[in-house]
Design a protein around this ligand. Structure first.
Ligand code: HEM
Length: 336
């Protein structure tokens, strides 16, 4: 039903309604974190430009780094909130998040955060948290990939713990079905619209064969592949990812414009060219709410860009440590 009325809307109207929906849903989230955009204006006025130039250099060196930093921020926020717990190394008494199933051999960009943090520390020692650096770096990454910009709310402090088990349970898996994806986002105070919008991050970056190979060769069904995959796309992916080995071979998440922050991720879904099961699930049932969101983003790209900023702010508001909680780590890898 949702898709029928959305089909009839003029693009501008659809965009307006989607934005209003995000805004009204925000009210349901309840307690808003007390983060502010001008948090470092007097204590470290150069922080924004230091992060920006660090990200510019990193992305110039390797385009994919924009995607890797954005993912690092997502994986931080979904585990204990946006507290830089993702950056902590394991210790003798604590198994951290880096070795969890979604993160091991997969997360990248730690050294980029280290370089930026070192530059910030040399100008304003002990002032700016690793958690805020990550939030700023993720925004700058999106801008560098051609996406929208917004004012990042700041004032997060860094955790003194990390959680291997929460990383395994909270982060969505690539083979997750729609209802489970919705629940995992809901558990973080994020709506179904946030899920569809933030999944649009897969308009950039890459994934390893191991994360979608089950769609290419289903051993249970006479070696048949996932029937929801476009057949031409399927054979491309099969030649990239052989049935034996090649697990770390890489495919772009957006087959059309792999390094540009645009709505091609969504148009791919409508053509059965989503790379991960979790991507295709958003558009696999044309009577679902998620399908109607996907469709309207392809019709009105500006609503995707506007909503992406809003959903990133919402994700950045997940469980921050503020006030006297936590600490400002000197080195993002270890507690002080
Ligand atoms: C909705 C559930 C999601 C699932 C199941 C998921 C899963 C994955 C997987 C499996 C990969 C490839 C990892 C690898 O092969 O090593 C990946 C890559 C990526 N994800 Fe997600 N993701 C989700 C949502 C998000 C969100 C919300 C964001 C950010 C807002 C995001 C940003 C990225 C980016 C940018 C990459 C590419 C990273 C790179 O190239 O280094 N993902 N995701």
């Amino acid at each position: 039903m949702a898709s029928r009325w959305q089909n009839k809307l003029q693009p501008v109207m659809a965009s307006f309604i989607l934005m209003m929906m995000v805004a009204s849903m925000r009210g349901d989230v309840g307690v808003q974190a007390q983060l502010v955009a001008d948090f470092y204006d007097s204590s470290c006025p150069r922080v924004q430009s230091l992060v920006r130039s660090g990200m510019r250099a990193a992305v110039q060196n390797e385009t994919r780094m924009a995607a890797s930093i954005l993912r690092l921020f997502f994986h931080d926020c979904f585990v204990q909130g946006c507290d830089a717990s993702i950056l902590l190394d394991d210790t003798a008494t604590m198994q951290g998040e880096k070795s969890s199933f979604p993160n091991a051999n997969s997360l990248r960009g730690f050294e980029v955060v280290d370089t930026i943090k070192a530059n910030v520390e040399s100008v304003c020692p002990g002032v700016v948290s690793c958690a805020d650096i990550l939030a700023l770096a993720a925004r700058d990454a999106i801008v560098l990939a051609g996406g929208p910009t917004w004012k990042v709310l700041l004032g997060r402090r860094d955790s003194t713990t990390a959680s291997y088990s929460l990383a395994n349970s909270n982060l969505p898996s690539p083979s997750e079905d729609l209802s489970s994806l919705i629940s995992k986002f809901q558990a973080q105070g994020l709506s179904t619209l946030d899920l569809v919008t933030l999944s649009g991050a897969h308009t950039i970056g890459q994934a390893r064969c191991v994360n979608f190979k089950d769609r290419l060769y289903d051993e249970d069904v006479n070696n048949e592949a996932d029937p929801t995959l476009d057949t031409k796309y399927l054979s491309q992916l099969q030649s990239l990812c052989p049935s034996e080995g090649g697990d770390d071979n890489l495919s772009s998440l957006d087959v059309q414009t792999p390094t540009r922050f645009d709505v091609c991720y969504y148009s791919n879904l409508l053509k059965n060219k989503g790379l991960l099961t979790s991507d295709q699930e958003l558009a696999s049932d044309n009577s679902s709410t998620t399908f109607s969101y996907v469709q309207s983003y392809t019709q009105t790209p500006s609503s995707f860009l506007a909503n992406f900023s809003i959903s990133m702010i919402a994700m950045g508001n997940i469980g921050p440590l503020i006030g006297t909680l936590g600490q400002i780590r000197t080195n993002c890898h270890v507690i002080n």
